[in-house]
Design a protein around this ligand. Sequence first.
Ligand SMILES: CC(C)(COP(=O)(O)OP(=O)(O)OC[C@H]1O[C@@H](n2cnc3c(N)ncnc32)[C@H](O)[C@@H]1OP(=O)(O)O)[C@@H](O)C(=O)NCCC(=O)NCCS
Length: 173
Amino acid sequence: MILESKSIRLRFVEDSDAEFILSLRLDDRYNKFLSSVSPDVEAQKKWIRKYKDDEKNGIQYYFIIERLDGMPCGTVRVYDIRNDSFCWGSWILNEKKTRYAALESAFLIYEFGFKQLGFKKSHFDVMKGNKGVIKFHTRIGAVKTSEDEINDYFEITEESVEKAKENLADKIR
Ligand SMILES: CC(C)(COP(=O)(O)OP(=O)(O)OC[C@H]1O[C@@H](n2cnc3c(N)ncnc32)[C@H](O)[C@@H]1OP(=O)(O)O)[C@@H](O)C(=O)NCCC(=O)NCCS
């Protein structure tokens, strides 16, 4: 399955992406609402090599978001795959992103989870202060299911995503 849209594509992470991933995760413009990672490139490479087993075994899928000219501009990851729902996160886009890379990458992740993996719904958490991202998800049709001190928890159905995609066709096609 080729996960490609108007201006970006998703491809699986390789250990050679370690520096790029760290450049995103260690950048204070992007990491305020993400869990912290070690700045050690070798440790990141080791983590990716171990992750590749998870990818083969269908436990998690970690993608680089790249522009169609090959320039990497972000990451996104599918994990916590349950019986009836998949979770996604580790979602970052840097200043090389295209205008609607956020919408396109979200729709590509939903295409992967709904069409390729066969789920009908998806779940994810967003840290409470991350207002722009909460708004992003709510506009597409995600519903808040619970919260704790740190996170809001959301769910979205394939049906809601399909509707949003139709409404936003002028931007993403
Ligand atoms: C999360 C992240 C990848 C989202 O990307 P983003 O580019 O900031 O996303 P935006 O919400 O600005 O959406 C991009 C564009 O699509 C538009 N858009 C988004 N949803 C839309 C909708 N439903 N309808 C119409 N337009 C929409 C936005 O208005 C924006 O366009 P504009 O620049 O003309 O205003 C990025 O903010 C990021 O890397 N954040 C730091 C890491 C992080 O917090 N990750 C999330 C952890 S849960």
